[in-house]
Design a protein around this ligand. Structure first.
Ligand code: G3I
Length: 359
């Protein structure tokens, strides 16, 4: 059962090195002030996942920049509970490529360095997406050939920079609309449907071994959208376009895990693909009730238990780990409490459910 660990010193004696960056690169040894002491199990999720040959990860963004005891608690918990991380925003176009000839790798580098120092793997997120594109790109007037050259430059530079340090990339993110057609976007409007293939071929040319993923939401269950992706993947495979796996984002509303999740994982796995859970969270109306938190625990358990049934589903990444840092409340006002630790790093029933499941 989860219980209080009595402070940072206890966490550090459990063998997790915390080598931070930025303001916390030299760690304070003073314990974090209340109420930010994690209440998690002595055996971490990471240790249990390791035992099953699985990676369990979290997206990381603003919390990584916390200073003082908050920063220590955030980073210690991250390194203790997870063996993988994903930059939530720092590898996106507008952050990593802020000028046509300007790449700014430092923020994402600091996450990758932290991962390396703590024995964690990195999922790269994301190379080609219709959101969070730098203004220099979207405000420019580009021909088809110019846009293709810009795509190739971006993918090549970013993938090359992280060659050997990122194990898998979301090469193309959210290209499909809910009706299964490629959505209008900066890339689609200028290049046409070939932009997806171009991105995958370019990523492979830049790194011959990294795993290449297509990542999206509303493809977790069997639906017109996941049917379209299935057709796209089969077409890629028939024509030798490199693709290693698909990412099921898995941003669920409470009680809305699709009943066809397992069948959907199975059909993509049967194509020889990895099928990873890449952005798991379960949001609810707030303030959360005890009953809602129990349902959430069951939802987390259902997703991870289903994933564990398939060797292809060997990665589960949550879109954060503390309710202190989640995209949900700003995107869905009145909703939140979507993650497995609460805003003071206390274990929620969802944490306990995953712990029991992985044990
Ligand atoms: O960092 C700046 C800050 O300097 C500035 O003052 C502030 C003002 O708005 O913005 C901050 O950036 C925000 C960033 O999150 C960090 O908080 C952006 O405005 C905001 O747009 C951005 O939202 C991100 C969103 O993608 C963008 O669409 C969320 O954090 C991130 O969780 C979310 O992640 C996406 C995945 O990449 C793809 N799948 C869906 C998922 C949820 O939407």
């Amino acid at each position: 059962m989860p219980f209080g660990l009595g402070g940072l010193a206890s966490l550090l004696t459990l063998g997790i090195a915390v080598t931070g960056c930025g303001s916390d690169s030299t760690q304070s040894t003073s314990p974090p002030s209340q109420p930010s002491q994690p209440t998690v199990d002595t055996v971490s999720l990471r240790t249990l996942a390791n035992g099953k040959g699985r990676l369990i990860g979290s997206a990381v963004d603003r919390g990584f920049g916390y200073s003082g005891s908050d920063g220590v608690t955030f980073k210690t918990t991250l390194a203790r509970e997870f063996n993988m991380l994903t930059p939530e925003n720092d590898m996106k176009h507008e952050r990593i490529h802020p000028g046509r000839d300007v790449y700014r790798f430092e923020p994402a580098d600091s996450l990758v360095t932290f991962a390396d120092a703590n024995g964690m793997k990195v999922r790269g997120h994301t190379l080609i997406w219709h959101q969070q594109l730098a203004a220099w790109l979207t405000s420019g007037s580009w021909t088809t050939d110019e846009t293709m050259a810009l795509l190739v430059d971006h993918v090549t530079k970013v993938v090359s920079h992280y060659r050997g340090r990122v194990i898998e990339w979301d090469v193309v993110n959210e290209a499909l609309g809910d009706n299964g057609s490629l959505r209008p976007s900066f890339w689609f409007d200028r290049i046409g449907r070939d932009y997806v293939e171009l991105a995958f071929r370019t990523a492979r040319a830049a790194d011959s071994t990294v795993a290449l993923f297509y990542n999206d939401y509303n493809i977790e269950g069997i639906s017109p959208k996941s049917d379209s992706l299935y057709a796209l993947v089969r077409d890629f495979q028939a024509r030798g376009v490199p693709i290693s796996g698909i990412g099921l984002e898995s941003h669920f509303q409470l009680g809305a895990v699709p009943s066809t999740l397992g069948a959907n994982i199975a059909r993509f796995a049967a194509l020889g693909l990895k099928v990873h859970i890449t952005e798991l969270d379960v949001r609810m109306t707030t303030p959360a009730t005890a009953a809602q938190l129990q349902t959430q625990a069951q939802n987390y358990r259902d997703v991870v238990a289903t994933c564990l049934q398939y060797p292809a589903c060997d990665v589960v990444v949550m879109w954060g780990f503390t309710d202190k840092e989640s995209w949900v409340p700003s995107a869905f006002p009145g909703w939140g409490a979507a993650l497995i630790l609460d805003a003071t790093y206390q274990a929620k029933p969802a944490y306990t459910a995953l712990h029991d499941l992985l044990k």
